[in-house]
Design a protein around this ligand. Structure first.
Ligand SMILES: Cc1cc2nc3c(=O)[nH]c(=O)nc-3n(C[C@H](O)[C@H](O)[C@H](O)COP(=O)(O)O)c2cc1C
Length: 327
């Protein structure tokens, strides 16, 4: 038996595999099944800022108390609301399993939804993952304006809660390395999840219609998180969790070699069921056995940007060598 434990956001995890935010973490039964199959933690499906704001607005005339207590006040008469169900799920899951339950909020602004973050903490969430996703498609939206939203959210939410905050980053975030670095200097972000996978459009040629592209990732998609975790984990003293395209044990091992403290999986669980966690952890363990590694720390980050001795390995973005001779 190898030691697969890790530390993520200051939380001790028994394994580095986290079930990422998605509909699969919506019930206590499925969370129990993930825990039985070796998950180190689960991230609940996101509540959306708009959802929270809509329920607050619905009760606006009675929303008089100052937050953070305001949500508890509202809670008294919105017993069946989605927010209430979310808090009940946190509390029930916390009772049912001995792994951390991480709440998730999909947000774009520092507005009244933040009162809800305090309730999430009260309900027993071990940490909160904020999914801040701007698609910078508006030509008038500047990098400075986008960055300000990140900082406003981080500063204000951390004034309301004491549990660790993780930021799930968009691959479209401006000047990614610099932004993550400056966010880490605030001292208010315990870790970064790279990356969120957005809804993706496609075009159906037969119907001449815009459709939804496959919502599940493929194993090849893990390369971008791999590159960025390798580039940043050795230079920024925060925990990094890989998310997107990790489908099997080899993907898990590669992300840890790049420097990930934890690895989130979603698509592979939709495709292969909760047992995939056990299979991935077995692969990790037998790989560690073959190489004589006792614990994750023995090889975590061994192939990140710094130790690899060839920074260009992760920084190269042109295919010069491969395509140079092609007609
Ligand atoms: C059906 C489905 C629902 C998802 N719901 C959420 C969500 O509520 N919040 C969130 O932050 N990410 C959500 N995601 C994104 C996943 O957490 C994850 O970042 C993404 O699927 C990439 O990981 P994967 O390659 O392991 O699937 C969802 C993904 C899928 C496939």
């Amino acid at each position: 038996m190898r030691d697969l434990s890790t530390s993520y956001l200051g939380l001790p995890l028994r394994t580095p595999l986290i079930v990422g935010s998605c509909g699969l973490t919506n019930t206590v039964e499925s969370i129990q099944s993930f825990a039985e199959n070796g998950a180190g933690a689960v991230v609940l499906k996101s509540l959306f800022e708009e959802q929270i704001a809509a329920e607050f607005a619905h009760n606006l005339d009675q929303y008089q108390a100052d937050y953070p207590e305001a949500f508890d006040y509202i809670r008294g008469y919105t017993r069946t609301s989605a927010l209430d169900e979310y808090l009940d799920l946190i509390a029930a899951a916390k009772n049912a399993v001995d792994i951390p339950i991480i709440a998730s909020i999909n947000c774009l602004s520092a507005k009244e939804w933040m009162a809800f973050a305090a309730s999430v903490q009260k309900a027993g969430a071990a940490a909160i993952e904020l999914n801040i996703s701007f698609l910078p498609s508006d030509p008038n939206l500047t990098c400075a304006a986008i960055e300000k939203q990140y900082f406003d959210i981080v500063h204000q939410v951390s004034d309301l809660i004491s549990i660790p905050v993780a930021l799930k980053m968009s691959p479209y975030a401006p000047a990614l390395a610099n932004l993550i670095s400056r966010l880490s200097w605030t001292g208010k972000v315990a870790g970064f999840v790279l990356f969120n996978r957005h809804y993706r459009p496609d075009i159906a040629l037969e119907q001449m219609q815009v459709t939804q592209a496959d919502m599940f990732s493929t194993a090849g998609d893990m390369i971008e998180p791999l590159r960025w975790i390798a580039l940043l984990s050795a230079r920024i003293e925060r925990d990094f969790a890989a998310s997107t395209g990790v489908h099997d044990g080899s993907g898990l091992i590669k992300q840890i070699l790049a420097g990930a403290a934890a690895v989130q999986v979603v698509s592979t669980l939709y495709k292969n069921g909760a047992g995939q966690l056990t299979r991935m952890l077995k692969e990790l363990e037998s790989w560690m056995n073959e190489r004589g590694y006792e614990r994750l720390a023995d090889f975590r980050g061994a192939l990140s940007h710094r130790p690899v001795g060839n920074p260009a390995a992760f920084e190269r973005i042109q295919f010069m060598k491969q395509f140079g001779g092609m007609a």
